[in-house]
Design a protein around this ligand. Sequence first.
Ligand code: PTJ
Length: 258
Amino acid sequence: MSDYDTVSADVEHEEEIPEDHPRYQDLLTRHRIEKGVENGITHLQGMHAEGRGSAFDYLLGEETIPTADDAERAAAAHLLLADHPVLSINGNVAALVPGEMATLADVVDADLEVNLFNRTPERMETIAEHLREHGATDVKGLEADARIPNLDHQRAKVDEDGIYAADVVLVPLEDGDRAEALEGMGKTEIVIDLNPLSRSPQVADVPIVDNIIRAIPNVTDHARELADADEKRLREIVDEFDRETALEAAEERIRNGF
Ligand code: PTJ
């Protein structure tokens, strides 16, 4: 019998998933994505994305590897140094870590902006409301009064005083085209993606190869710890981080297990 068979597939509330289950984090993730789809937050395609992520996470050992922790610390330093940081939210992110994103936004004084691949007014509003229910005070993305250049219409829609004006953008679980287009706008880009070979981490200034469920609370912990650090110290952390090393280490772990 596989580990999956030990928990009923139709768990109604996540509290029913036993915390001592060996695949607890994976079961919790799947449950949140299913609920996200049921509640009109996550697109059906988000389930495919989650399946891919889950396979990479299994190979990573379902833990934050040391280079991912370095990336999470560098991300915190970038966000603290930024004049206008924005955290981008799609349907998977909203289902998996709504409260954690609101907390991070609070700690680093960033905006939250809903930015969808499969954009509909209903999903935009449902996700914004879901974030507010989880502690977000101001949710951007609904104005859509600016466009990311060189990207097709729906995916390019952003707020002029949000992602468009941002100097540092966190784009988790993002598709490669938009990550490239944001990079083309000269923004400092932090990407969270469990696949180190995906185009988004490949173009990111800070690629975080980790499960977003672990990554966001860890970025927040680093940001809290660095809250009193001066600009020189924050710049040192940013400069010490090596994106190539982080990508190579993640690929090595996935391919060879070390
Ligand atoms: O909500 P929408 O309409 O904006 O659509 C969002 C999805 C995720 C469907 C869309 O952006 C998409 O199709 O993304 P991709 O191209 O499948 O890329 C998602 C990436 O996120 C993949 O490389 C996955 O490995 C990775 N991923 C999935 N789950 C996690 C993850 N990375 C970190 N943590 C996860 N839990």
